[in-house]
Ligand binder design. Structure first.
Ligand SMILES: [Zn+2]
Length: 143
């Protein structure tokens, strides 16, 4: 049986989920919350590393900031993409204003920037606001 490691968005525990149960609204074994809720997950400095390194599913990060108009424009499109792509892909957000050291670590020069991670490794990045269809097409072409 193929088992996937999925990091809980609530308590950051690493869950082992049989891949065929991934789409059956699995809950965290530790805190019992839903592992997926169809919304982009807000990451912080303390949860970011855990999510990009311990998830067996690809993790997409939207590097954004509250002052950025195009970021706000893209937010509903990104949420739509999350609703469609979960639970096979985790869509998350990182506020570059609050987490400047992570933004610097990944050399984020403009926002919004989307970065796809697979097992800690960056596999693609794209800057500039996109529609939901473009986000899904771009992600699908890199995973
Ligand atoms: Zn949990």
């Amino acid at each position: 049986m193929n088992t996937m490691h999925i990091v809980c968005p609530h308590c950051q525990a690493v869950n082992r989920i049989p891949s065929e149960r991934l789409a059956q609204q699995p809950r965290c074994g530790k805190c019992k919350e839903a592992l997926f809720n169809g919304h982009p997950l807000d990451l912080t400095g303390s949860s970011f590393q855990q999510h990009i390194s311990r998830n067996d599913i690809p993790v997409v990060i939207d590097f954004w900031a509250a002052w950025c108009g195009p970021c706000k424009m893209m937010a509903p499109a990104y949420a739509q993409a999350a609703a469609k792509l979960e639970p096979h892909i985790r869509l998350a957000k990182l506020n570059t204003e609050q987490e400047q050291s992570i933004a610097a670590q990944f050399n984020i020069r403009s926002i919004p920037t989307l970065v796809i991670f697979k097992g800690s490794r960056e596999v693609a990045r794209q800057s500039g606001a996109m529609s939901a269809a473009d986000i899904m097409r771009w992600i699908s072409s890199h995973i």
